[in-house]
Write a protein that binds this ligand. Structure first.
Ligand code: COI
Length: 355
């Protein structure tokens, strides 16, 4: 399929002070869009000026939430070039989300080509300062203008780009996390493994309550017994217990994070003992009591590596690693960002150069 290009008449000014970027507040001059319907399949692929969409008030995504998205980043190398990280994994995960949400499959090769063409056009938007990058948000939404509950026949897929700094206001400073005992994010058989809007909508109330209590995020427990640790919602979670890196096993209700997978591979490569297994919140607190809990950190595209300083479970608050970022989190942060920004070798072939 051919991609047509319509250039923006005017260009927005690039941010002067990259230390104030925050996350996802500003968007570049162009976006990629294509549409799907049952007769034509995906069609009308185009790069156009960044703009609003016109949607019918009856549009199915607004009512029944067939909506999936991805998050990945473009990084500025020291030599001025730009590169992306594991983009095919993102589009492959998007296809798994699409299958769960009864939405059409994407051609991974074509999405990769469209993304690279868009990035080449928007290259100047990739920020230069340390800790910044260009966040890429591929999104697919249903768009039938009818109110029946069924899989839509029409969809929009688009990619927007946003220059970003740190996801958390704390930056690389450890964050405090509230263990959520009442609300749940996902259950087995549900949509937890899919990157779909509903999972995020389900998380907002608990997130707001935790924020009012001074916590950056909530740690979700399993939906059945509220015993097993799942994920944070904006990131996967990892524990270093007695020298072993432990992360909850993916069993359908946890997002299969690409940063999570990268960190597990880097840990194995370094010869660390790695376990993907069910882990109860009780075990985490018991490990702290016996002095075996060395580190807790989150992993995500937006969050990168985010050390956790405190966990609050039902009013029991533990401080982890003296409230400081530990050596495993530091190693993972340095190695991962080193690969992403081109300062370190890329032994796993995760990088694609744009320029
Ligand atoms: C990401 O890390 O890319 C995410 O999508 C998490 C969050 C910003 C929703």
């Amino acid at each position: 399929m051919e991609i047509t290009v319509q250039l923006a008449q005017t260009r927005k000014p690039k941010p002067q002070d990259e230390s104030k970027l925050g996350f996802g507040k500003l968007f570049t001059d162009h976006m990629f869009v294509m549409e799907y319907d049952a007769d034509q399949g995906w069609h009308d692929a185009r790069i156009v000026p960044y703009d609003t969409f016109q949607l019918s008030p009856a549009s199915s995504v607004l009512h029944y939430g067939q909506s999936i998205f991805e998050g990945l980043k473009a990084y500025r190398r020291k030599d001025g070039g730009v590169q992306i990280f594991r983009q095919r994994d993102n589009f492959e995960r998007m296809n798994r989300s699409a299958a769960r949400m009864c939405m059409p499959q994407l051609d991974v090769d074509f999405c990769e080509k469209a993304l690279i063409q868009l990035l080449k056009l928007e290259e100047e938007w990739v920020p230069h300062s340390e800790g910044t990058s260009l966040y890429i948000r591929p999104t697919m939404v249903a768009n039938d203008a009818t109110l029946g509950v069924h899989a839509a026949h029409s969809y929009i897929f688009y990619i927007i780009l946003s220059p970003v700094g740190a996801y958390y206001a704390e930056g690389l400073k450890p964050v405090k996390i509230f263990v959520e005992n009442e609300y749940v994010r996902a259950v087995k058989g549900g949509t937890g493994f899919a990157k779909t809007a509903a999972n995020y909508a389900a998380s907002i109330l608990a997130g707001e309550i935790a924020a009012r209590r001074g916590y950056a995020q909530v740690l979700w427990l399993d939906g059945k017994e509220r015993r097993y640790v799942e994920e944070v919602g904006s990131m996967n979670i990892m524990f270093v217990i007695d020298g072993t890196l432990v992360s909850p096993a993916l069993q359908g209700s946890i997002l299969p994070g690409i940063t999570r997978d990268s960190v597990l591979k880097l840990a194995k490569d370094k010869g660390m003992k790695v376990e993907e297994r069910p882990i109860t919140i009780q075990e985490v607190f018991d490990s702290q009591a016996s002095g075996k809990l060395q580190e807790v950190f989150g992993t995500g595209t937006a969050a990168v590596i985010s050390p956790v300083s405190h966990l609050d479970w039902d009013g029991n608050i533990i401080e982890i690693g003296g409230g400081e970022m530990g050596p495993v989190a530091s190693y993972m942060y340095d190695t991962l960002t080193g690969i992403q920004f081109g300062a370190k070798d890329d032994p796993f072939h995760w990088i694609t150069r744009i320029s």
